[in-house]
Design a protein around this ligand. Sequence first.
Ligand SMILES: [Zn+2]
Length: 274
Amino acid sequence: MALRQRWAAVGDTLVVDRVCRGSGEALSVLVGRHQAAVCGYLSTCLMDHATVERATEETFRRVLEAAEREDALAINRIRLLATARTVAVQTWNADPGAGAATPEFLEWIAAGGAWPLATPAALYDAYRCLPVRWQVALWHIAVEEDDPALIGDVLGVSSARVRSLGHKARHSLRDFYLAAYERAVIDRPACLSYAREQVVLASRAPGTTMTEHPPNCRPCARVERNLSDIDAGLRRQLPGMLLGWWNDGRYRQMKALALRDGDPRPVARRIRDT
Ligand SMILES: [Zn+2]
C-alpha cells in the first residue's frame, strides 16, 4: 500500500509525535504533505533551485528541532511557511552578493520586511480568536485551497468531514467578527441594529439583508462584503498578516509545479541524516 494511503487521516499531530519518536516513515509522510508548499513558498523568495531545495530541508529540520525542544507537537503549514521565510532571509543575508533572492523578495527585505499592520483586518482579528485547529482548517481551505483529501489527512479526519469542519469554523469566525463589530458601533444605533440583524441572519440564507442601511454606510458595507464571501476575505487578509511576505500568484504556480515532484523519501532521509 502506498505511503499516503497507509497514513490517510492520521493527523499531523500524531505524525509529528511518531517523528519525534524516531519514525523515518512518519517523517516521509510529514514531508509529503507539506514539501510542495514549503518549496513553492521558498521559490517566491529565492531564485536558485538547488538553494530552494536546501532551504526546504532546513525549514523542516528547524521546525522539528523546535517541536522536540518545546516538547510540543504543534507543527502546521503556517508555522512551516513562517520558518521558511526566516530561512530565506538568512540565506540571502549570508550571501547577498550572489543574487540569490527574487527581485520582489529583495524589495520586501529592503523595505525592512514590512508587515501590513496598517491594513484594516477585522476578519484576521476574528480568525485569531478561533481554536488553532480551526485556524489551520481555514488556512488550508480558504487561503491555500488545498485538496480536501490532503486537508483531511492533515487534520486527522476523512475528506468528507473537512467540509463540515470548514462550515463550523466559518460560522464561529462570523460570530467573533460580528461581536467585535457590535462593540465598535455601540454608539451608532443604525449600525448596531444592522450588526444584530446579521447575527440573526447567520442562521438563515446567506447574503440576505433586512434593512437598507449598508449601502449608505461605509463600515457596514465593508462588513457585508467581508461576510458575503469569508474565504475570499481570508485569502486577502491572512497571508500578509501572518507571514508578512506573500506573493499569491507566484506561490500557487510554484506549489503546483512542486506537487509534481513526488517522492518525499529522499528529502526525509536527508533531513534525518544531517
Ligand atoms: Zn452602519
